[in-house]
Design a protein around this ligand. Structure first.
Ligand code: NCD
Ligand code: ZN
Ligand code: ZN
Length: 343
């Protein structure tokens, strides 16, 4: 099976030694990626994004081609003019909204939406998408309900306030999120991760706790996983791939207080081919991984291709990637993968 070269519309590359080691895992198969800005400190200004892009390009092995599509981390102090200038330069392709405290490195996120209205209105005017981690952080709300509650109490009111804004609801984990994106008026899309297509909450908790399956939003029950699979394989261009590949060193995951994130960059294409074949929808993989994202971001799809082949022997990939910041465990779908990336 040959498809256009895919892109990843939600990726964590981190920085320094970690980035050096994980970047080739993505660049091997993907042409571009939307680079998440949740570094410590976060990527907030156009200058921050330019410097981060330069560090990424400096870390890229000379025999690889890859284009990082930079994002800015929305804070209550973000300057609309700086955002507009970074977009006009072709540097910044999205702004990222983290509700304060929702996920890894989100302490600088938004608490009071009144404070970011100027930025959001500017983004609507210039057609710059807002990528959203869609979970409420209210302590009373159950962690399995946080995405659903976000849709009604935050996302819908926000979109009513700025109806022209382009919105991407990222890493959707529930049928509610799928239904919202599929049915909403206006310019909205949603990304779906590799791991949420392959696991549900039983995988995290049955037979012992599996820290490498813990990510945010946390995987939900199997009926929600089924809804994600239906959406991803539907051919609806509102749904496309954002792996949310999020490396953490093993010692930070395998801990009494393990952090959230699944590292899927290495074997994502084999995983996706497996899922799409199970769903009888291999013909829909190219749209999901390679066509709908570029269309959404106003970019051309790649002319280059990747070829996958199903073989009798499982695809080989490392259990862990060694990084200067410690080993990082590669996502284990729990069964062999027979689709090999051969070119
Ligand atoms: N998905 C995760 O569980 N973790 C991400 C942050 C995020 O995308 O929410 C990370 O940066 O580690
Ligand atoms: Zn997130
Ligand atoms: Zn993420």
């Amino acid at each position: 099976m040959t498809i256009r070269r895919p892109d990843d519309w939600h990726l964590h590359l981190r920085d320094g030694a970690m980035m050096q080691a994980v970047l080739p895992e993505t660049a091997r198969h993907f042409g571009r990626a939307i680079i998440m800005p949740n570094l410590v400190p976060p990527v907030v200004t156009g200058d921050d994004a330019r410097a981060y892009r330069d560090r990424i390009m400096a870390a890229l092995p000379g025999d690889m081609t890859f284009e990082p599509l930079m994002t800015l981390y929305l804070t209550e102090a973000t300057d609309p003019a700086d955002v507009a200038a970074a977009h006009a330069d072709g540097l910044v392709h999205a702004v990222k909204l983290y509700p304060a405290g929702a996920t890894t490195n989100s302490a600088s996120g938004v608490r009071d939406f009144d404070k970011v209205m100027g930025v959001l209105e500017k983004m609507a005017e210039i057609g710059l998408p807002l990528c959203i981690h869609g979970e409420v952080t209210t302590p009373e709300v159950d962690i399995f309900d946080r995405e659903q509650v976000f849709l009604d109490t935050v996302l819908e009111p926000l979109r009513q306030r700025v109806p022209e804004m382009k919105v991407t609801l990222e890493h959707i984990t529930t049928s509610h999120g799928i239904d919202y994106v599929a049915g909403a008026d206006g310019d909205i899309a949603g990304t779906i991760t590799t791991h949420h297509l392959m696991i549900n909450r039983n995988h995290i908790l049955v037979g012992g706790i599996k820290p490498h399956y813990y990510c945010l939003p946390v995987a939900k029950r199997a009926t929600h996983q089924a809804a994600l699979r239906r959406a991803a394989t539907s051919g609806n261009p509102r749904f496309f791939l954002g792996t949310d590949s999020a490396p953490h060193a093993d010692e930070a995951k395998e801990s009494a207080c393990g952090c959230a994130g699944c590292f899927t960059a290495t074997n994502t294409l084999s995983c996706l081919a497996h899922v799409f074949e199970e769903e009888g929808a291999l013909d829909k993989l190219e749209g999901f991984a390679s066509l709908f994202g570029p269309a959404r971001y106003g970019l051309a799809p790649h002319d280059a291709t990747v070829t996958l082949q199903k073989r009798d022997a499982p695809a080989a990939y490392p259990d862990k990637i060694d990084t200067g910041a410690g080993p990082v465990t590669v996502f284990d779908p729990g069964h062999p993968l027979y689709w090999h990336v051969i070119a």
